[in-house]
Write a protein that binds this ligand. Structure first.
Ligand code: HAM
Length: 422
């Protein structure tokens, strides 16, 4: 065997979950599931391998560059999914006639993206996906956002720890139209503006030129990003009716009715990198703005039709495990007392093993989580192990206990002992 330490590490950007880390991971995914179910979403899943063609056509340009693609032995072009949304669209389109709409589905999906690994960005992550397909009303946006916020609160965070920044591509379209930018240039303009802060403004200007935005109009486009509240938007639209503005306001009203108003802020610069969004878009960040996005999503009106289904609107979000784990760590909320529910049973010599085994079997049949010692142990070693592994209770059986006919079960927190007849 080679002593090469490097080969023992997981591939770059990928994670192993040792039991201690898995405890937090399970707390996150269990909370996701509980919140999604509390909001009435049904779980679905799909294979992590998807057709490359579907992913290429549907993801934003940035994600396409990050796809882990390969050919199978029959020369099919496949890939590890970088996100769940194209797969969801494919699954819904495949059974569109028989599904009851609007449908509310959730998945907890491992996704792979060949990204530059930085804080909050890995090459593999788990993502809670919440989607509502077939509901044109903004109640859909309200429900997915409220369910994701519910999960953040259930994980122990409070409404002051994060902000959901919300905007609307349709509204931005109305504003661009009011600024004289023709509609055919809007989609490319959105993607160029989404790069603000990641690329220097000169580069963005080049992208705008490529998008067909004349250089004299570009100043106006940058000015749009300076809008900070909806009153300024109303002024800019000069009384023109905007359904998009009314929807954004209705969405915020719905979230306020859920008591979440303080965590929601209008932010015109939220555009999202994925090409398929058409309406309201949103992203959640930690309040201090130190970390990457916690979750993000929006409305997509054309995705179903573009994978071959009948036109149908959708709203959804993706909520990753990596950033929220960092935020929980920052707030000292990563603890898990999961092990505290368990009992361990030990014995001194092989003669007490049958009794220990019977005791473990009885407790297990009562639904307890029981760890049975695999070999005889001295009492000191047994109780040290019980403490270290954070068992709630420990029962140790020695020859005297058998003679006396009682076993003592020790509560490892209070140190009290409770006798139990053998
Ligand atoms: P996204 O913004 O690309 O959206 O990803 C959603 C979330 O996944 C991010 O906010 C972040 O928490 C997490 N995430 C993404 N990439 C990484 C990474 N490399 N490492 C760690 N975490 C990551 C989507 O994926 C859309 N498909 C969401 C959606 C669902 N839209 C509609 N339905």
């Amino acid at each position: 065997m080679s002593g090469d330490k490097q080969s023992l590490a997981a591939p770059r950007g990928m994670r192993d979950f040792y039991p201690d880390e898995m405890a937090l991971q399970c707390r996150i995914t269990d909370t996701w599931r509980a919140s999604a179910e509390r909001y009435g979403f049904q779980r679905y899943d799909a294979c992590v391998v998807e057709s490359l063609d579907l992913l290429k056509r549907k993801a934003g340009e940035e994600i396409v560059e990050q796809i882990y693609a390969f050919k199978d032995k029959s020369d099919r072009d496949l890939a590890l999914r970088p996100e769940m949304t194209p797969t969801l669209a494919r699954m819904v389109a495949a059974r569109q006639g028989s599904l009851d709409l609007p449908l509310k589905w959730f998945a907890i999906a491992q996704c792979f993206r060949y990204e530059r690994t930085t804080r909050g960005r890995k090459r593999e992550h788990y993502q809670l996906n919440l989607d509502i397909i077939g509901e044109p009303a903004v109640t859909a946006e309200t429900e997915v956002i409220a369910a994701a916020v519910d999960a953040l609160l259930q994980l122990g965070l409070s409404l002051t720890d994060f902000r959901v920044r919300i905007s609307s591509r349709a509204l931005l379209g109305d504003i661009l139209a009011a600024s004289g930018i023709p509609i055919e240039h809007h989609a490319a303009t959105f993607l160029a503006l989404d790069k603000r802060g990641k690329l220097p403004d000169e580069k963005i200007a080049e992208l705008l030129t490529e998008a067909g935005v004349a250089s004299e109009a570009q100043g106006g486009v940058f000015d749009v990003l300076g809008l900070t509240d909806l009153d300024q938007v109303r002024d800019l639209l000069k009384g023109r009716a905007s359904a998009a503005l009314a929807e954004l306001e209705a969405c915020c009203t719905g979230l306020t009715a859920y008591g979440l108003g303080d965590a929601i802020v209008f932010d015109i610069s939220v555009i999202r990198g994925l090409a398929y969004y058409t309406g309201i878009v949103f992203e959640a960040f930690d309040t201090e703005g130190k970390l990457r996005a916690i979750f993000g999503g929006g409305r997509y009106d054309n995705l179903l039709a573009s994978v071959g289904g009948r036109p149908q609107t959708g709203v959804g979000l993706g909520f990753g495990d990596v950033v929220v784990a960092e935020l929980l760590a920052e707030r000292g909320l990563t603890g898990s007392d999961e092990a505290r529910g368990r009992i361990t049973v030990g014995f001194m010599t092989i003669d007490q093993q049958p009794i220990a085994r019977r005791m473990a079997a009885t407790l297990r049949s009562q639904g307890e989580q029981v760890d049975l010692a695999l070999h005889p142990e001295k009492p000191r070693a047994f109780f040290a192990r019980a403490d270290k592994r954070r068992f709630a209770k420990a029962a140790y059986i020695g020859p005297d206990d058998v003679t006396q006919g009682t076993v003592r079960i020790k509560n490892m927190v209070t140190r009290e002992e409770e006798p139990l007849p053998v």
